[in-house]
Design a protein around this ligand. Structure first.
Ligand SMILES: CC(C)(COP(=O)(O)OP(=O)(O)OC[C@H]1O[C@@H](n2cnc3c(N)ncnc32)[C@H](O)[C@@H]1OP(=O)(O)O)[C@@H](O)C(=O)NCCC(=O)NCCS
Length: 178
């Protein structure tokens, strides 16, 4: 994976109905470590990262790069949505495309926050890099993530086996101007 490319960064914070999406700050470090250390969050992502390693290795300002958005609800970080360039994807159909990933803290699941945040990030991309298709990879067993992908307009490209599980590769066509 590598950088998204030539986008103006950082953007102004994005405000949705209930959320603020912004670049990361030092005050997000604890929530970011929580997200990466959570077994529940990583149930379909190969398992959590050891907390002691995260405490040592997560930088003072975590995940600070173009395309990486902290999702804030009432002033606190509840999740992370990220767009990256899939330069090392296993599937040729995804290679080099923008890829979206999302991680939310379990207490924030089941409220539509992930959908609201991802829609805003995809809108941002449509403005920043018009005409870009976006890909998404998730385990087919990850029911919540599969539902979210469908809600966001991703359709199946293919299923494939990797990391000892069936994976789903979806794609969202770029927005077209009327
Ligand atoms: C994948 C993940 C982001 C989905 O989170 P989520 O909260 O279920 O997703 P959404 O934002 O789409 O919310 C949908 C749920 O909120 C409910 N909801 C409640 N209030 C709502 C509202 N005001 N608006 C919309 N939906 C609402 C919906 O009914 C739906 O419930 P359901 O799943 O029981 O059908 C979350 O499970 C997660 O972070 N998992 C761990 C990380 C992961 O696996 N990431 C995938 C890697 S690509």
């Amino acid at each position: 994976m590598s950088d998204l490319g030539s986008v103006a960064w950082p953007p102004e914070p994005i405000r949705t109905k209930r959320l603020v999406l912004r670049t990361s700050e030092a005050r997000d470090r604890a929530a970011y470590i929580e997200l990466l250390a959570s077994a529940e969050v990583h149930a379909y992502l190969g398992g959590p990262h050891p907390r002691d390693v995260l405490e040592r290795e997560v930088p003072e300002t975590p995940a600070s790069r173009p395309g990486s958005f902290v999702v804030e609800l009432d002033g606190a970080m509840i999740g992370h949505v990220e767009l990256k360039r899939a330069t090392e994807h296993r599937r040729p159909a995804a290679l080099g495309k923008a890829e979206i990933g999302y991680l939310f803290l379990p207490h924030a699941w089941g409220h539509g926050y992930a959908a609201e945040a991802c829609e805003a990030v995809l809108d941002w991309l449509d403005g920043a890099l018009p005409g870009e298709p976006v890909v998404l990879t998730t385990q087919t067993a990850n029911a919540g993530s599969m539902r979210l992908a469908a809600k966001l307009g991703f359709t199946e490209v293919e299923r494939f086996e990797a990391w000892d599980a069936e994976q789903w590769l979806g794609m969202r066509a770029p927005a077209t101007s009327a």
